[in-house]
Each structure stands twice: as C-alpha cells, then as structure tokens.
Design a protein. Structure first.
Length: 392
C-alpha cells in the first residue's frame, strides 16, 4: 500500500511541534557555538581570535537569555515553568534542561563575563556619573580591588570557568539531539549520531554568527576590518563544517545501507515534502555552497574585498542551512504517520501564538539584547585598552 497524501490515522493527531520548536535548538546551537569560539582564546590560547573573544561571550549570553522563550510560548503557561526546579524529574531529559540552563547561564557564562569585565566595571563605576555610575556599582558586586594580584586571580579563575563551560555548552545543546535520537518509535529521529550532529552543527552556526556579527559591527563602527582575525575564524568554520558534513553524510549512508522497513517512506518524504528544505536549502545552498566558498579562500590568495564578500555569503548561507537542518529534523519527523503509510503537511500561520511573526521577533530579540550589552560592556579591544589605561 502506498502512502496517502494528507491522511493520518484517527489515533495520530498530527504535528505537535511548530516553528518555535525549530527555533529553540537553533538558538541554543548559536549559544554553544559562540562559547566554543570564545574558548579558543581563553583555554587554547589562539591569539588570532582575540578580538572576537568578548563579542562571542556577549553573543552567547544574548541568545541564551532568549533560548527558553520559544518553549515558553509553545507551552502557553510560562508561569508554570519554575515548577520543574521544585519538582525535579531526573528521568526526564526535558526537565533536566532547566538545571543545565540555569547552571550554564549563572555559574558559567555570566560569571565568566563578570570576571573578564571586572576591571572595566570597577573603572566605569569610579568614572561614570548619575544612573550609569549606579548601574556599574551594582555590577561590581562590592568587589573594587583591581590590583595586579586580584586581576591575576580573575584570569586564573576565568580559565577554570571556561574549561568547565566547554562540556557544559556541549550538554546544553547535545541534550536536544539526545531527545530526538532516543525516540525509537520515529525512524527519522532515532539515530545514535543525532546528538553528535547537533553539537557540531551548533559549533558551525555559532562560529558563523560571531563572524558575521564581528564583520557587521566593525563596519558600523567605521573601523577597518583586520582580515587576519576573519581569516582565522573562517578557517575554523571551514574545518568544523567539514566534520559536521561528514557526520551527516555518515548518518545518511548508514540509513541507505541499512534500508529497513521505514526507508521507503523516508525516501519518499525527502523527494517530495522535504525536497526543497532538505535537498535544495540544507544540502545544496546551506552546506555545499558555503563549503566551496570557504575552501576557495583556504586554497587561493584572493584580494581582501573578495574574501570579505565570500565570508559574508558563506556565513549567511551557513546559518540558513543550519536552520533548515533544524526544520527538517523537527517538522520532517512529524510529517509521516507511525504506520509509515500516511503523510500530512505543516502550514505555518502568520499571526498566531506560534506563527511566523512571533518566530521572527524571537530571532531578532537576541540582537537587540546584544546591542544593549555592547553599549554597557564594550567588547572591542581598542576600547578595552583605552579603559584599562584610564584605570591605571
């Protein structure tokens, strides 16, 4: 019996997860990837990415603040979310996310940013006036000692926090892939490689996002872009992308070789309902094209302006491709019936509690938060040096 278009059996109620659940792993992936990029400077001493270290941390924080909101809007009762902290369920991966999120937000990311900016915060609390001075004084948390010894302790503690933060970032996003990969009843999701693919795709999206934000903010500030830094970030993006693409191809080859009873239905879905989002957007436009562009920049010595445009294009297409990957996982896994005989369709509304406008607003909200954080805590190396000199 062939699959029936637009038909689901009565005991199968269709799609439960909308575009907001697509947005959730996409945002958390940006958080994890941005933090991993920042750790290259702090832990692995990659000096070539130093200018983006603070920007990567602030980017991770801005997206992390927004990360739970898609889930809150999807559930419809955000006031109930604190209950998971008071009634823990250790066997629920979704419930444990609350603890991972709180740990990563407060104990890792915020603490590391505070340690790294403490000297600047203390300096600003002494030099600013009015409400701005009050804000910075509150941010000092009563610690105004910026002696060389105190700053050295901050540096060492920050290194330890970053070291702890790396596996924490993996847990923050890897558990999303774990949830999908552990659903054995759904052959589209059930794969042991799912958590690993999610982690590496998160690294790819985070590095691409920070690269684009760094290029855009440098241009907006009227500063000259130092291509040494962008070239290094693009190099790490290229190598990480290769690993991510290899893992996805390995998973695909394994499914094709195994060819179990679900293969015909999944193959039909890829060539019909998910053809544009999976083949055209995710694989061709969002993976192959960026990889080719990045490969060309690694092999050929191109003019600076050409490299800028290729990096910008590759970064933007990469983010589109990663979002398409999240879409294909979340939405694609709900388009066929458990019996593998019927298929349905997902139509995203424009103005609903889970529609396009809300998803677009939640996507742009982290950029607004980042703008506020940048104003409060400038991440630029030149301004950091100037503030440090003023405090000496």
């Amino acid at each position: 019996m062939n699959g029936v278009e637009g038909f689901m059996y009565p005991n199968e109620i269709g799609l439960q997860w909308s575009v907001l659940i697509v947005l959730y792993p996409f945002i958390t992936g940006l958080v994890a990837g941005a933090f991993i990029l920042a750790s290259l400077e702090r832990v692995f001493r990659v000096e070539a990415v130093t200018p983006t270290y603070r920007l990567a941390l602030l980017t991770a924080l801005s997206f992390l603040i927004v990360a739970p909101l898609p889930l809150q809007f999807h559930l419809g009762h955000p006031e109930r979310s604190p209950e998971m902290y008071f009634t823990p369920h250790s066997t629920s991966a979704m419930a444990m996310f609350g603890y991972v999120y709180l740990w990563y937000l407060m104990a890792v990311l915020v603490f590391e940013i505070w340690l790294d900016y403490r000297r600047d915060i203390v300096t600003q609390s002494q030099q600013s006036k009015g409400l701005t001075r009050l804000v910075y004084r509150i941010m000092t948390l009563g610690s105004s000692n910026i002696s060389p010894r105190a700053l050295h302790i901050d540096e060492r503690v920050g290194w330890v926090v970053t070291l702890i933060g790396i596996p924490s970032a993996f847990m923050l996003h890897g558990y999303v892939g774990f949830i999908f990969g552990s659903i054995k009843a759904n052959p589209w999701w059930s794969s042991p490689l799912m958590p690993v693919v999610f982690i590496f795709s998160a690294m790819v999206s985070g590095i691409a996002a920070v690269m684009l934000i760094y290029m855009a903010t440098t241009k907006l500030r009227g500063k000259k872009l130092d291509m040494r830094y962008v070239d290094t970030i693009a190099m790490y993006l290229f190598y990480t992308f290769i690993i991510d693409f290899s893992l996805e191809m390995l998973d695909l080859i394994h499914r094709v070789y195994e060819a179990d009873e679900s293969f015909h239905s999944l193959n039909f879905m890829v060539h019909t309902k998910l053809y544009f989002s999976h083949i055209v957007v995710q694989i061709c436009m969002g993976t192959l094209v960026p990889l080719v562009l990045l490969a060309i920049t690694q092999v050929l010595k191109l003019p600076e302006m050409v490299r800028k445009r290729m990096y910008a294009t590759a970064g933007a297409l990469t983010l589109i491709g990663i979002f398409a990957m999240r879409w294909n996982v979340v939405i694609g896994g709900q388009l066929f019936s458990k019996s593998l005989l019927g298929y349905t369709t997902y139509k995203m509304a424009l103005v609903t509690k889970e529609g396009f406008l809300l998803a677009a607003a939640l996507t742009l909200l982290p950029l607004g938060i980042l703008w506020v954080l940048v104003k409060l805590l400038p991440p630029w190396p030149d301004e950091h040096v100037a503030q440090g000199a003023a405090g000496d």
